[in-house]
Design a protein. Structure first.
Length: 378
């Protein structure tokens, strides 16, 4: 008999992203609307610091009773308000589209996973915990939401903010743009490399024990009658406790690594803040920057720092979602053990005839041959 390990090796990150992109391609219009709406919303955030700096220059440059100064301040004040309202509207459109995209993806993934599991061989099912299989599918479906939300409405805007803010700052001061660009790229490269090489292996191992825990629970509950028949409740308690202990240790190691990465990212952002604000103060001390321009740099850095800090968290969320989907994608990629021939036709049961049922009657044995029409069960 062919043996299947209970904990098969899941797919890798490339397989998971290929799987996700393949499902995105099934809804191109909806995906385009989401990305266009998020692009417009993010551009509004990019332009916000520009008008904040102009507002400070207008206030510092003239008295409130002066008509030109009042007009400049009012213009610099009204534009950010309009941009904020436009950003809210665009994000609303994006999230409505994301809801529909996610629901369609989750339905398709669940149906296709069930299709594959139904057609795996009896040997596969005999050597796989039903609870583990269910856990793989439900955990993967649950990971679709954070994965798509993070990539489409979080990481994509962060990339736009990085490019847009760096371009605007470089247009004002070339060195400032270089500082922002280099610092941001170092931060993102550091985050991505550690997430893939340091966190992902521990997370994959923790997920394998999570699957094993689900299988052990399902096995113990579904076979509770057998356990009671042999009085083996204490043995089952000890077995589950051992698995739970191993799961706790593996999961804690994964979570501790995430915490270490988060603290390291915070130190990196502080270094970037020192470089950017220090150079802005140097320009101001040499008379090359106005108070409004200093405010523009500070506001830009606050916006960029928020997106970078979130980007670090988003990268970790993507990595966690990818790890949660690995076993689900492996089910989709696994070849069917009992596959139909290409020319196979569906079986149509019209009726069952000549069914011989031996019945023990009161005065001996008799034969009964009832016809069984379609859509009925004997």
């Amino acid at each position: 008999m062919k043996r299947f390990p209970v904990h098969q090796r899941g797919a890798n990150s490339r397989d998971v992203f290929t799987f996700t992109v393949r499902h995105w391609c099934r809804q191109p219009v909806r995906l385009a609307i989401i990305m266009a709406a998020m692009l417009a919303s993010t551009l509004a955030d990019v332009l916000m610091p520009v008008f904040s700096g102009r507002l400070i220059d207008a206030v510092a440059g003239g008295a409130a009773v002066a008509a030109p100064a009042w007009h400049s301040a009012l213009s610099a004040f009204s534009v950010p308000i309009a941009l904020a309202l436009a950003a809210i509207a665009m994000r609303h459109i994006a999230f409505i589209g994301l809801n529909d995209l996610l629901l369609k993806m989750m339905s398709d993934v669940a149906n296709e996973a069930f299709y594959h599991v139904q057609r795996f061989s009896t040997d596969w099912h005999a050597n796989s915990f039903a609870g583990s299989t269910v856990r793989k599918i439900t955990r993967g479906m649950g990971a679709l939401d954070p994965l798509n939300s993070t990539v489409l409405v979080a990481l994509f805007p962060s990339f736009i903010i990085l490019v847009g803010s760096t371009a605007l700052l470089g247009w004002h001061w070339l060195v400032m743009g270089v500082i922002f660009a280099c610092g941001s790229l170092i931060y993102l490269a550091f985050t991505i490399s550690l997430s893939l090489g340091y966190i992902a292996p521990a997370a994959s191992l923790a997920n394998s024990w999570d699957t094993r825990l689900g299988g052990a629970l399902a096995d113990a509950v579904s076979c509770n009658a057998v356990v009671k028949a042999f009085g083996a409740e204490i043995r089952e308690d000890e077995r589950l406790a051992n698995i739970m202990t191993k799961w706790r240790h593996r999961t804690r190691r994964s979570w501790v690594r995430v915490t270490i990465i988060g603290s390291t990212q915070g130190v990196t952002l502080v270094a970037l803040r020192v470089a950017a604000i220090g150079y802005a103060l140097l320009l101001w001390s040499h008379g090359q920057a106005t108070p409004g321009e200093i405010a523009y740099v500070l506001t830009s850095f606050v916006v960029l720092q928020g997106y970078l800090r979130d980007a670090g968290m988003h990268v970790r969320n993507v990595q966690r979602s990818v790890n949660d989907m690995e076993e689900l994608v492996a089910i989709h990629n696994q070849q069917l053990d009992v596959a139909d021939r290409p020319e196979a036709k569906p079986i149509r049961c019209r009726s069952i005839a000549n069914v011989r049922c031996r019945l023990r009657l009161a005065k001996g044995l008799g034969w009964l041959d009832p016809p069984v029409p379609a859509s009925q069960h004997s």
